[in-house]
Design a protein around this ligand. Structure first.
Ligand SMILES: CC(C)(COP(=O)(O)OP(=O)(O)OC[C@H]1O[C@@H](n2cnc3c(N)ncnc32)[C@H](O)[C@@H]1OP(=O)(O)O)[C@@H](O)C(=O)NCCC(=O)NCCS
Length: 202
């Protein structure tokens, strides 16, 4: 693990950090993720509202003040839908031009908004996304992000959380297993198989 990397917990809006996180999210997960299609502004607004509603927090791995990895933890991911519903006009204005250009994304949009129902679990807290920059992979940054996330969840009184990932993303599935998460269920979304893991904290 690099000694030059600092790990910080962020639960308040910081434009620079959130837009660097959105860039990483879009750059490294667009081939698998759907909401990244809506672009940097959409992602930053969503992150910002999650923090404003005290629904979650980020752990950033910083090198020279710049984000080289992050994880977003959410206390209750069912509430994510409420954020978008409550500020529907704001989000609609951002995504509308992309829907016009690409109307076939509408069914996926509905699937995404209601995806928590597919999981069939009572576990409310969730690791929403974790990404490390390509130049920092396999140096322990991901493991450290999960470790700080776990401590932060515990501080919030959360003793278990879930994470979902495409079955095909073998490296990410292995990463979760190596970091203590146990496979709990599978479900289908966007026509592909997803795995849900649960991390039970001590
Ligand atoms: C999944 C992801 C976050 C893992 O991050 P990472 O920073 O590479 O994680 P780590 O370095 O802690 O662990 C990765 C591997 O490096 C190994 N490793 C850790 N420190 C190491 C070191 N100092 N030297 C060599 N290997 C090391 C780990 O044992 C692990 O090995 P494994 O792949 O054989 O299990 C990263 O690959 C990523 O961003 N992927 C794209 C986004 C994604 O798929 N996210 C998950 C879905 S939301």
């Amino acid at each position: 693990m690099s000694n030059d990397i600092k790990y910080i917990v962020v639960d308040k809006f910081d434009h620079q950090l959130l837009s660097e996180a959105a860039r990483l999210h879009i750059e490294h997960l667009s081939y698998r993720s759907f909401i990244t299609l809506f672009g940097n502004k959409f992602m930053v607004e969503l992150y910002k509202d999650i923090l404003a509603d005290k629904l979650g927090f980020f752990i950033f791995a910083l090198e020279d003040g710049h984000v080289c990895g992050f994880v977003l933890g959410c206390i209750n991911s069912k509430q994510l839908f409420n954020i978008i519903a409550r500020k529907f006009i704001k989000y609609f204005m951002i995504i509308f031009p992309r829907i016009i250009l690409n109307p076939q994304i509408i069914p996926k949009l509905f699937e995404t908004l209601f995806y928590v129902n597919k999981e069939n679990t009572n576990v409310e807290s969730e690791l929403i996304v974790i990404v490390t920059d390509i130049n920092h992979r396999s140096t322990g940054v991901g493991k450290q992000l999960v470790s700080v996330l776990d401590q932060e969840f515990l501080k919030h009184g959360v003793h278990q959380y879930k994470v979902t990932v495409h079955d095909e993303m073998k490296k990410s599935n292995n990463f979760y297993v190596k970091n203590g998460m146990k496979l709990s269920a599978n479900f289908m979304m966007y026509g592909v198989k997803w795995n849900m893991y649960i991390n039970q904290l001590e």
